[in-house]
Design a protein around this ligand. Structure first.
Ligand SMILES: [Cu+2]
Length: 132
């Protein structure tokens, strides 16, 4: 079930990339997710902190609603290896996620957000080095 969903979102990402070549339709691509600091490992969990930035003016977006978060080991050639992700309350424009990686290494965190005044869903992926 998780795999199917991941493949679906991977397909969606591919589509988003294709649309990227058409600037007129790429408004949601004006945003990017950025890693804030280094992930903090605590027991078997890692806290990953992320900021959403409106790229054209480098302004952080503090009031986005991140409604989807999924982690996988795609950056290390293991896209089917997933990890539980739990969103934490946003603090001063920083969105926190608690990831429970089954393996130490580089993970991808896929995010989808609603931004005020932006009709399209904003999607992005960040990579982070996590410790089991
Ligand atoms: Cu792995």
């Amino acid at each position: 079930m998780t795999c199917t969903r991941l493949f679906a979102s991977a397909a969606a990402l591919v589509c988003a990339c294709a649309l990227n070549t058409l600037p007129a339709f790429a408004k949601a691509d004006d945003y990017r997710f950025e890693l804030v600091g280094k992930p903090q490992a605590k027991a078997s969990r890692d806290i990953v902190q992320v900021r959403l930035v409106h790229a054209p003016d480098s302004k952080p977006v503090p009031d986005a609603v991140i409604f989807e978060s999924a982690a996988d080991m795609g950056p290390m050639g293991m896209p089917t290896m997933t990890a539980p992700v739990q969103a934490m309350p946003a603090k001063a424009g920083v969105y926190g996620f608690e990831v429970e990686p089954g393996m130490t290494g580089t993970w991808a965190l896929h995010l989808a957000a609603k931004v005020q005044g932006e009709p399209e869903t904003v999607r992005g992926t960040i990579t982070a080095d996590l410790v089991k």
